[in-house]
Design a protein. Structure first.
Ligand SMILES: Cc1ncc(C[n+]2csc(CCOP(=O)(O)OP(=O)(O)O)c2C)c(N)n1
Ligand SMILES: [Mg+2]
Lengths: 326, 329
């Protein structure tokens, strides 16, 4: 194990994939030369190592970037393309939703799309809702797209490698503000973890199901509540598609309570799917209503007090837990 | 420069607008260094003042503009209140958009600056729609849209150009070619050096002018605005200029060629125009200095106004998404 940042872990995964398979290439706006210089950024240094034939800076053309990935993957390459910020995926969505997701099915299983789309997500950097908008529910609602969302350096590396070598299209969400977060990471290619949720804290009173940066919000809440003798079982889903139902159902059967937490808007958010699944499959274990802690149903504001208001905080998790602890 | 013999009033206005934009952006350079003074990325238009001033002054007050992420100059030239603009850039409650826009999404519809989008390439289709409304409502006004050389690679821009031309919509497409899209140089992101060549493919007049020569910009924009206003359809103006401060204040510019930057620094649109005004005795030096002093003062007052203004209340984040029932019209 080595200590490295979330961003370096992603970089290490890209490096291993590029090294291992000549069919892997990177493309996106600034994946080679970026306006940012920081060794913690995922594509830092890769142009120097692999050259412009494999690390391709593109024009500002998201539809074409996604089309590049779909077309090249149909020919057997393993494209890893970057969409700079999550809201810009709307410009790429025709290629991803109508093509990457559907064409294998509609070819009767004849055409494959082993592509990865890396997309940066995050609230709280003051850029506003055209740069900050967590759209994971849009992706998850499209059959045919996998969706990975790592919360820590080890998962960042492991899941990105899996995404790249997965024969299916994967949307890989990077939590931008975690790029500098340090953690222990396995050397080489870590063991498979997609489709397997992670129990990051073992508890008995209430289950928190969450993913991405919100995992850290949940852990802070758990820390505070442990002082009141309330113990939380915190589950990091790691991959939203596929969803590891068993881990969360087992947890709810144990605790009898569920709070779902995410940074995305509440209405029709991914948390609604979690709540519905638990209500359908573990109803008899529930001792209290399922609670959702999510962002209010507004675009991400820019003004600091309003952006802070928007982001689900540990305090909001704590109130939700208290409300159902009775 | 002034082969069209523009009146002194116009020349003075052009210089005043450029001076105001330069002082405003220079101030933001300083404020951006103090983290808490302004919020978010500061994407500034230093070096591109002649485009904003030249184009906007060629328009009628009722003409509409749609802008992009590098919008401060366009809005100041159009007549936005510098105090409320500065307050908005600071995300304060007194800003033009109550702190909901910040630096990147400024909308000042009261001066017909109806929208700003930071989605690169979004502005041209939005402008096309506004121009459709002008045609539909039989107005004599036009819509001008500002977008970059980088944006010209987005499909949306091409769709907007085709539709605007097909329907003869009054859109003046202004492509501010500042040689860069993020860290990608024009030659790395565009297959043509002059984006205006694409106008021909959409059957509209297209011209490339020196974007640091405010009179060239003003004169060409005036002719093109006239063309659009007469119902002859859209026109395409490409202004060659340079992004003097990198993509934004957070950009260390390590990938830029210092020699290229220096070359363009010598072509500073304000210096050039000032020299012209002095040499041709259009304005005496002391009057030009007065204009600069006044611009500096306006900016100082704007900063004080912004600093003294409160942030919006956190819970006001919930307002403005919907038109409430009682405000329906
Ligand atoms: C759809 C979309 N893709 C990418 C970005 C990130 N981005 C912001 S500005 C910019 C460069 C745009 O270049 P250009 O259009 O020439 O405008 P300039 O910044 O040079 O004024 C990029 C890539 C964005 N805001 N929107
Ligand atoms: Mg540009």
């Amino acid at each position: 194990m080595v200590m490295m940042s979330y961003g370096q872990a992603l970089q290490s995964a890209l490096d291993i994939a590029l090294e291992k398979d000549a069919n892997v290439f990177l493309a996106g706006e600034g994946v080679g030369t970026s306006i940012h210089v920081d060794p913690n950024l995922p594509t830092h240094g890769l142009l120097e190592k692999y050259g412009p034939g494999r690390i391709k800076d593109t024009p500002v053309s998201e539809a074409a970037i996604a089309g590049l990935a779909v077309g090249a993957s149909a020919m057997g390459l393993r494209p890893v393309v970057e969409i700079m910020f999550f809201p810009f995926i709307t410009l790429a969505s025709d290629m991803l939703v109508n093509h990457a997701a559907k064409l294998r099915y509609m070819s009767g299983g004849k055409t494959d799309f082993p592509l990865t789309v890396r997309v940066k997500a995050g609230v709280n950097f003051g850029a506003g809702s055209q740069h900050s908008h967590n759209l994971e529910a849009w992706i998850a609602h499209t059959p045919g797209l996998k969706l990975f969302y790592p919360s820590n350096p080890a998962d960042a590396k492991g899941l990105l490698l899996e995404a790249i070598f997965d024969p299916n299209p994967v949307i890989f969400v990077e939590e931008m503000l975690l790029y500098w977060m340090q953690g222990e990471v396995a050397e080489g290619a870590p063991p498979v973890s997609s489709g397997k949720a992670n129990i990051v804290r073992d508890g008995t009173d209430c289950t928190i199901v969450t993913y991405g940066g919100a995992v850290h919000t949940a852990m802070q809440a758990a820390e505070t509540l442990s002082k009141e003798e309330i113990s939380l079982d915190v589950i990091d889903l790691r991959t939203l598609v596929p969803l590891d139902e068993n881990t969360m159902l087992e947890s709810v059967r144990k605790t009898g309570r569920l709070v779902v937490l995410h940074d995305a808007n509440r209405f029709c958010g991914y948390g609604a799917e979690i709540a519905a699944t638990v209500a359908e499959k573990a109803f008899s274990s529930l001792k209290a209503p399922i609670m959702r802690v999510a962002a209010p149903d507004i675009p991400v504001p820019v003004s600091p007090p309003q952006e802070a208001f928007f982001k689900p905080s540990p305090e909001k998790v704590i109130s939700a837990v208290r409300a159902i602890m009775g | 420069m002034n082969d069209k013999f523009l009146p002194v009033g116009v020349l003075r206005k052009l210089y005043s607008d450029m001076a105001l934009i330069r002082h405003f952006e220079d101030k933001l350079v300083l404020l951006a260094q103090e983290k808490s003074r302004v919020v978010g990325m500061q994407i500034l238009a230093n070096g591109q003042e002649a485009v904003a001033a030249g184009v906007v002054n060629a328009l009628e007050p009722d003409d509409v503009i749609v802008s992009n992420h590098r919008s401060h100059g366009h809005l100041l030239a159009k007549g936005a209140d510098p105090q409320k603009l500065m307050a908005e850039i600071m995300c304060k409650a007194t800003g033009v958009n109550k702190g909901k826009a910040g630096t990147l999404h400024l909308a000042v519809p009261e001066i017909n600056a109806i929208m700003t989008s930071t989605i690169v390439g979004a502005s041209p289709p939005l402008a096309m729609g506004a121009a459709f409304a002008q045609q539909y409502l039989d107005r004599s006004n036009i819509t001008t849209v500002f977008f970059g050389d980088g944006a010209a690679a987005e499909g949306s821009v091409h769709e907007a150009m085709n539709m605007a031309s097909l329907w003869k919509l009054p859109v003046l497409f202004v492509c501010e070619n500042n040689c860069w899209a993020g860290a990608q140089h024009l030659r790395e992101h565009s297959c043509v050096e002059n984006i205006a060549r694409r106008a021909d493919a959409y059957d509209m007049p297209g011209t490339t002018v020196d974007g640091n020569d405010v009179l060239a910009v003003y004169n060409t924009a005036s002719d093109m605005a006239d063309h659009c206003r007469k119902g002859k359809g859209p026109a395409f103006l490409e202004t060659r200029t340079y992004r003097m401060r990198g993509h934004g204040e957070h950009d260390p510019c390590h990938y830029m060629d210092p020699a290229e930057l220096e070359k363009w620094g010598l072509l500073c649109p304000l210096k050039t125009f000032r020299k012209y005004l002095e040499e041709h005795q259009v304005l005496p030096t002391d009057q030009i200095n007065d204009i600069d002093r006044k611009a500096a003062l306006i900016v100082e007052e704007a900063v004080i106004f912004g600093d003294e203004s409160p942030f919006p209340a956190a819970a006001d984040a919930l307002n403005d998404l919907w038109i409430e029932e009682e405000n329906r019209h």
